[in-house]
Design a protein around this ligand. Sequence first.
Ligand code: MG
Length: 383
Amino acid sequence: MKTISILGSTGSIGTQALEVAEKHNFRISALSANTNISKLESQARKYNPECVCIYDKSRYSQLKQNLSDTNIKILSGMEGLCEIAYSVKCDTLLNSVVGMVGLLPTLKAIESGKEIALANKETLVAGGKLVTESAEKHNVRILPVDSEHSAIFQCLQGNRREQLNKIILTASGGPFFGKSYSELENVTVADALNHPNWSMGSKITIDSATLMNKALEFIEAKWLFDLEPEQIEIVVHRQSVLHSAVEYKDFSIIAQLGVPDMKIPIQYALLYPDRMECPTKQLSLTDYGTLTFAKPDYDTFRCLTAGIEAIKTGGAYPCLVNSANEEAVSLFLRGKIKFPEIGEIVSSVLEKFPYTEINSYDDVIKADSSAREYVKNNVKLNI
Ligand code: MG
């Protein structure tokens, strides 16, 4: 029986992973949540893990009390996430926490030799060099959970990596596809949270509306598949059915298709290399009839342009744009800035910060906090 731990088990990816785990009778060794203790408690009662971790330390004693009639060990904070990542035994650790928080637990899991199913983009965006070098050193496999990267990973199976020309990373285009920059001025939080195809958490849904999500995935793809930025083409595909593709030397393009449901890539990462029935719908191509493809609008979606520029320049820039984006999205969600300002803030980081290298976890932390501080000190709030 396969054993998995899930960091971020109460979020969208985490709950769908538990559905997949249940379908295939996995054992759950550990679960963690950011703040939602009631959901974490009910998951703990249902799946009976060895331990659970609540990241928000102020909720630790409440959770401990709520689960006092069980033998489940209760952990908290970053130490708790790292203890799960490093010390709690499992076959695969699914990292689906949101944001930069995910990086250190990923590094700890790699050091302990655990296979990682990675749904935390920031791990590779901010710490791509550290993570890939460490994974190579410890001979650890990183299995992508993001639907696009899972698609590319699937298209690489059975082919020669050195015969790859480029990858085609598809983007839904988000709720504001076709709009001009000036039309984005007055979009509301509700408009931005209304994604046409995918149901996801709020941070990633805003990132999909600004196309920052695609910029993060571009960076993630560069590290996961060891690509040059010039080998990554972004194509807007509104139906989110073709999840990405690979072009080989002979100009054959191999793509992976399926309904837009994260349970397919989650299951592929957790069962790799096996394929079994997934708890989702089958794709009917004739129900769709038409699949469309278009170029992205780099002038309107400035986060996309800035993110690609950041990885082309390298060093700390991917980390800086990611952290500035996290702050900007949080300000937007709280009604403090307008939608286009997210792109302006993220782009400005490229001009304001000099080039620096990332050679250690401390370098990542330094870049992360300087970008956050920059946003806090330089953004005029509409309050
Ligand atoms: Mg994706």
